[in-house]
Write a protein that binds this ligand. Structure first.
Ligand code: ARG
Length: 461
């Protein structure tokens, strides 16, 4: 076993079992790039502040560059190092000798790991935002295609009113746009640099944290070292953003599963994105949306996990905080793969516009339009509702849809009905009539799509 960074005060080495349990290199190797970036900035600052000689700082820089190049060329990260920080330092000392041991001056693994995680999460939030942008672009193109397609809109999963298929897809674009906004705010808030906090109390070396801040592109430096080394709020926040994004994906999954079923038939999933049954030859299953829906629980689990890790921790750093990583990496991977597969799937589904139209025309979905028609003629809305309800009841008995009724049948229900009621109960007319901001008419949907595009372009990815 390699000597530990902290071995000095111990008589005997850590037992193999304790070492295996304690290590984090098996997962924090993902922080390699962030650790190199932060170490380069730290060494440059130590050199500029005269804490190391310029020559020492330069040797450290070239050593770190060399390690990065070797890893890029395939060198394995790990070996018997305890964590990524020990690995990088060990490699450095091996390459440049004793000068490498000076890199840890005015630094602790506590501020180092907090900085690495922020760098990693900052990059990850950007990657999620970019993936969401791709997904939104697909949804917007489906929305544009469907502006004039009529489909049933549901409440309580019962046909409620006919809507534009464009409005449907744009609703999900709105959700994912809010997710981008949340990740953007999360990224903004986490952009505070802990480096320079040292173990917990700050340092007696004359460091200049502004130098490292600028080199690492942080917006500001942390103002309380105790808080800075033990703060993992940003991970909880990222995982909340991830959870809500998964919730939105999961809703879309549920719609996909329903709408592609034989019973609905609104969309078709192409063969490349469907799976079969090992026993029932006729089946074409929606495994992908089901998996995404299932993975939502996993991401929620990681959020609950970090919240539980944080709770009850005495100030400042505690090793519990090492538990922030595996859940984060798992959630990140899960989220990115779910967004990616959904963008691909949504691009490929077929919209069956005739089936959607027929479904919208049934189910008395223009009943509200009939009630509104009477109300606009001066019948109090409550009475209009009752008259229309009775009309629906009678139509069900006659096995007729509202648009199949004759003018005489309407006038039996109320003398207020004129010829134009026959046009009002047409589903297309019903959709077109809903022209309020955010509504289902073609113009309103077009404006809604443009609004999403405008807001989407605001974000720096
Ligand atoms: N692997 C540790 C972590 O992830 C690094 C920090 C270790 N600090 C310490 N005081 N033991 O939290």
């Amino acid at each position: 076993m390699k000597k530990k960074l902290w071995q000095g005060r111990f008589d005997t080495p850590l037992s193999a079992a304790a070492d295996a349990f304690n290590q984090s290199i098996s997962f924090d190797r993902k922080l390699f790039d962030a650790d190199i970036d932060a170490s380069l900035a730290h060494a440059a600052m130590l050199g500029q502040c005269g804490i190391l000689t310029e020559e020492e700082a330069e040797r450290i820089r070239s050593g770190l560059d060399e390690i990065r190049a070797d890893v890029a060329a395939g060198m394995e990260i790990g070996g018997d190092a305890e964590d990524i920080h020990s690995f990088v330092e060990g490699e450095l000392v091996e390459r440049i000798g004793d000068t490498g041991k000076k890199l840890h001056t005015a630094r602790s693994r506590n501020d180092q790991v907090a900085t690495d995680m922020r760098l990693y999460v900052r990059r990850s939030a950007g990657a999620v935002m970019a993936a969401l942008k791709d997904l939104i672009s697909v949804l917007l193109s489906r929305a544009k295609e469907g502006i004039r397609y009529v489909m049933p809109g549901f409440t309580h999963l019962r046909k409620a009113q006919p809507i534009s298929c464009g409005q449907y897809f744009n609703a999900y674009a709105e959700m994912f746009l809010r997710d981008i906004d949340r990740f953007s705010a999360c990224r903004e808030r986490l952009n505070v640099m802990p480096l320079g906090s040292a173990a917990l109390a700050g340092t007696s070396y004359p460091i200049d944290r502004e130098i490292t801040r600028k080199l690492l592109g942080f917006g500001s430096v942390s103002q309380n070292a105790l808080d800075a080394v033990s703060d993992r709020d940003f991970i909880a926040e990222y995982l909340f953003c991830a959870s809500l994004t998964m919730a939105h994906l999961s809703r879309l999954c549920e719609d996909t599963i329903l709408y592609t079923s034989d019973e609905f038939g609104y969309w078709t999933i192409p063969d490349e994105y469907s799976t079969g049954s090992s026993i029932m030859p006729q089946k074409k299953n929606p495994d992908l949306p089901e998996l995404v829906r299932g993975k939502t629980g996993r991401v929620y689990g990681e959020l609950v996990s970090i919240l539980t890790v944080i709770k009850g921790l005495p100030l400042a750093y505690n090793k519990d905080l090492q538990e922030d990583k595996e859940g984060f990496f798992d959630a990140e991977f899960t989220l990115l793969s779910c967004i990616g597969i959904y963008a691909a799937l949504m691009k490929k589904i077929t919209l069956n516009k005739d089936t959607m139209y027929e479904a919208a025309a049934g189910g008395y979905s223009t009943a509200t339009d009939v009630a509104d028609y009477l109300a606009k003629k001066g019948v109090p809305f409550r009475d209009a509702h009752a008259i229309t309800g009775k009309l629906v009841r009678e139509s069900i008995a006659k096995k007729k849809q509202l648009h199949e009724l004759t003018l005489a049948e309407f006038q039996e229900a109320s003398a207020m009905f004129g010829e134009d009621i026959l046009q009002t109960v047409n589903v297309r007319a019903s959709v077109q009539a809903r022209s309020s901001v955010g509504g289902s008419s073609a113009e309103a949907v077009r404006a809604g799509i443009r609004s999403v595009e405008r807001r989407l372009n605001k974000y720096k990815l």
